[in-house]
Design a protein around this ligand. Structure first.
Ligand code: KIV
Length: 271
């Protein structure tokens, strides 16, 4: 068991110490009170209230439709459940791309109304002004580079990013720029493992990967994916720790049978 497992509260400083000492950082998404309670009790370091809530909670095809109000609802449910983990909340599409003033007011709303501890934003140099303004207000910012799902209509596909030299070089420059402006960590999504490892080496802040190999400082997965709740999503980078889709389906089938047959409730389950 490693040193930082015993910290009472994970802070951005704790994450930096973990990187500096070579201890891997664990991060999972969370969107609701009950799940976040279990994840926090397990000892996860960071819970990300991801805008993937748009997909897994609301059933949208992309992350674009989720609103700032909806993110605040999810984040406040998670914050109420958590004693130890750092809670990072995604700024949703449309809440920060307009200008830095709008970005700051979105970040302030998240911090004030949800009680989250930090925000995450997708993009590199093009959002630096907004990142900087949010940091000036004392709000910690996590960056997100590589596959950035809020730009899916620009990319056109969810394939691995930065395979070509030019895009890889741009990503490294973006990571350095985000570090320089003051981000406390960066998520790298779906990029070659070699490139991600290089970023983790050349940048001093923690680099958390998803589909970015093992040479980074920590890993993040969408909790519904790693539990196997969604049986239609099977990318190469995903390790499934459960097949909850089948387990839950079985339980729902048994419940339907028990009610239809009159077996439930029995005498012991009645007043
Ligand atoms: O929204 C999300 O779940 C994310 C992770 C995939 C990193 O941004």
């Amino acid at each position: 068991m490693s040193v930082h497992r015993n910290v009472k509260r994970v802070t951005t400083h704790v994450l930096q110490e973990m990187k500096d000492s070579g201890e891997k950082i664990t991060m999972l998404t969370g969107y609701d009170f009950s799940m976040a309670r279990i994840i926090d009790t397990a000892g996860i370091d960071v819970i990300l209230v991801g805008d993937s809530a748009s997909n897994v909670m609301a059933g949208h095809e992309t992350t674009l439709p989720i609103t700032l109000d909806q993110m605040i609802y999810h984040a406040s449910s998670v914050v109420r459940a958590v004693d130890r983990a750092l809670v990072v909340v995604d700024l949703p599409f449309g809440s920060y791309q307009g200008n830095s003033k709008e970005a700051l007011s979105s970040a302030i709303r998240i911090m004030k109304e949800s009680g989250g501890h930090a925000v995450k934003m997708e993009g590199g140099r093009e959002i630096l002004e907004s990142v900087s303004r949010i940091l000036t207000a004392g709000i910690p910012v996590m960056g997100h580079l590589g596959l950035t799902p809020q730009s899916i209509y620009k990319f056109g596909t969810y394939v691995v990013r930065a395979k070509e030299e030019e895009e890889a070089a741009r990503l490294i420059e973006d990571a350095k720029a985000l570090e320089e402006v003051g981000c406390f960590a960066i998520v790298l999504e779906k990029i070659p493992a070699k490139l991600a490892a290089r970023v983790a080496k050349e940048v001093n802040i923690p680099i958390i990967g998803i589909g970015a190999g093992n040479g980074v400082d920590g890993q993040v997965l969408v909790v519904h994916d790693m539990l196997g709740i969604n049986n239609e999503f099977n990318p190469r980078f995903l390790r499934k720790y459960h097949n909850l889709y089948q387990e839950m389906l079985g339980s729902f089938h048994r419940y339907i049978e028990d009610v239809k047959s009159g077996d439930f409730p029995n005498e012991e389950e009645s007043y």
